[in-house]
Write a protein that binds this ligand. Structure first.
Ligand code: ADP
Length: 300
């Protein structure tokens, strides 16, 4: 029996891709797609040739996060063409193929695996420095499938995104053990939604008087800061939202012997950037999350 023709085709396609990185999470809604999108934007802004492949077949949010909703994939004699945000940032997602993005995709494992195989085999990426794969949450058929299909060409590693709560961290442990079992290196863990950070000067300040009156002293505080301690104007005020008394993802990473990449705070501007499909790094679109994301990406 000769070699599997699908695997041969995938290996040929992937020969022009230098690095392949999986983005994983134990649970949905922790910010995996947001991170994948911002990572892709950031790498493209560094002049790398980047492809973002969304294999979250049941909940493809990548087209929206890259500002590509309603776009179509085109066929050429080289294969399916990704949809381009910039000439060096191409995106492929099942979201481009659904007639109605609001409609649920209810597919069983084999059909999902078939599509992943087709994505790897038939998408014409051309020369890429990075292929970022946004995987579905958990460790299911799709994960095993992508690892097996890329085995011959190798995966550089996986980034695991989590929130600080214990319920989310339990699932991260599963992701780490999955990676160890299938021989994929964990590049690191990102703790997302780690506290809420707002610029100090955006706050309203209130003085509670003894009579129970609440007096707005915002202008007084701002004036005071501007005159007496101008360096405070550039600070962010942060508060914990989720319980991370157990040490959060940093401690868990240490215990599991995998790198901890950093914490990204909850940032209303990052949420807005994701909604509008924009990069956080261009035109200072994000607040406290931007330096955090930048530091994490530089570590990779
Ligand atoms: P997942 O891919 O893990 O399901 P998403 O990336 O779709 O999660 O994120 C879920 C929601 O949370 C999105 O609306 C996204 O914009 C928002 N979000 C993610 N990370 C942050 C953050 N650090 N600050 C604010 N909003 C965030």
């Amino acid at each position: 029996k000769g070699p599997d023709p699908d695997l041969v085709a995938i290996t040929e396609r992937m020969a022009t891709v230098k690095h392949k990185i999986l983005v994983l999470s134990g649970k949905g809604g922790v910010g995996k797609s947001t991170f994948s999108a911002q990572l892709s934007f950031a790498l493209a802004a560094m002049d790398f040739q980047v492809g973002l492949l969304d294999i979250d077949i049941c909940g493809p949010s990548v087209p929206k996060m890259l500002g590509l909703e309603g776009q179509d994939v085109h066929q050429s004699n080289l294969g399916w063409s990704p949809v381009y945000v910039e000439s060096n940032l191409g995106v492929m997602s099942i979201g481009f193929m659904l007639p109605n993005p609001e409609e649920a995709v209810i597919w069983r494992g084999p059909r999902k695996n078939g599509l992943i195989k087709q994505f790897l085999k038939d998408v014409y990426w051309g020369e890429l420095d990075f292929l970022i794969v946004d995987a579905p949450p958990g460790t299911s058929d799709e994960h095993i499938s992508i690892v097996q299909l890329l085995e011959a060409t190798g995966i550089d590693g996986a980034i695991i995104v989590t929130t600080p709560q214990e319920v989310s961290l339990i699932d991260v442990r599963k992701e780490v053990s999955f990676c160890k079992k299938v021989g994929v290196q964990v590049l690191g863990v990102v703790e997302n939604m780690s506290g809420l950070c707002q610029p100090v000067m955006d706050f309203k300040f209130t003085k509670m008087t003894e009579t129970g009156e609440q007096r707005d002293v915002t202008e007084w505080v701002k004036e005071y800061v501007r005159e007496k301690a101008p360096e405070i104007q550039d600070l962010f005020a942060c508060t914990e939202v989720f319980d991370s008394s157990g040490g959060g993802a940093e401690r868990m990473s240490r215990e599991m012997g995998v790198p901890f990449l950093g914490k990204v705070p909850l940032d209303p501007q990052l949420c807005k950037a994701a909604e509008e499909g924009r990069s956080c790094f261009i035109d200072k679109k994000c607040g406290a999350s931007a330096p955090a994301l930048k530091m994490i990406i530089e570590k990779l």
